[in-house]
Write a protein that binds this ligand. Structure first.
Ligand SMILES: [Zn+2]
Length: 143
């Protein structure tokens, strides 16, 4: 043990080697995280491809059902098409209304003017400096 300690005393490169070890560990951890992200992307790709096949099967199934119903005289094919379009339009309108609500909520947020770039930004993106209100971008760039 004493020999080990004295070795550090006379080893001038010890801290540099320790830093290198830490850097190597960090690089290994970053590599591992990157590999995990790539694995996740590959899994997502598989899911998207499987869902694409399911969507194709479902649209074929719906087409066959509509034809069968039309052939049996139960439903007019045109009526099915019109009603489907109306339902899709209603969904699109609902999605658009929700998007406009979110935009309105963003606009309702208090805006402040940056003293450096003179842009109007949300109050949460403002840092108060010695010069006054500064946006995060100017504060980060040190303008
Ligand atoms: Zn600014």
């Amino acid at each position: 043990m004493a020999w080990g300690y004295s070795r550090y005393l006379f080893d001038h490169n010890f801290f540099q080697r320790a830093d290198l070890d830490t850097a190597a560990e960090n690089a290994g951890a970053a590599l591992y995280q990157g590999q995990l992200a790539l694995d996740n992307i590959a899994q997502l790709r598989q899911q998207v491809l499987a869902q694409r096949d399911q969507i194709t099967e479902l649209s074929v199934l719906v087409g066959v059902l509509v034809k069968l119903l039309a052939e049996s005289g139960g439903v007019d094919e045109k009526v099915v098409r019109y009603r489907t379009e109306a339902a899709l339009d209603a969904i699109a309108a609902e999605v658009e209304a929700k998007g406009m609500q979110a935009a309105a909520a963003r606009q309702a947020e208090p805006q402040l003017r940056c003293v450096r770039c003179d842009r109007s930004v949300p109050a949460r993106a403002i840092t108060i400096t010695a010069d006054g209100n500064t946006c995060d971008r100017c504060a980060a760039s040190g303008m």
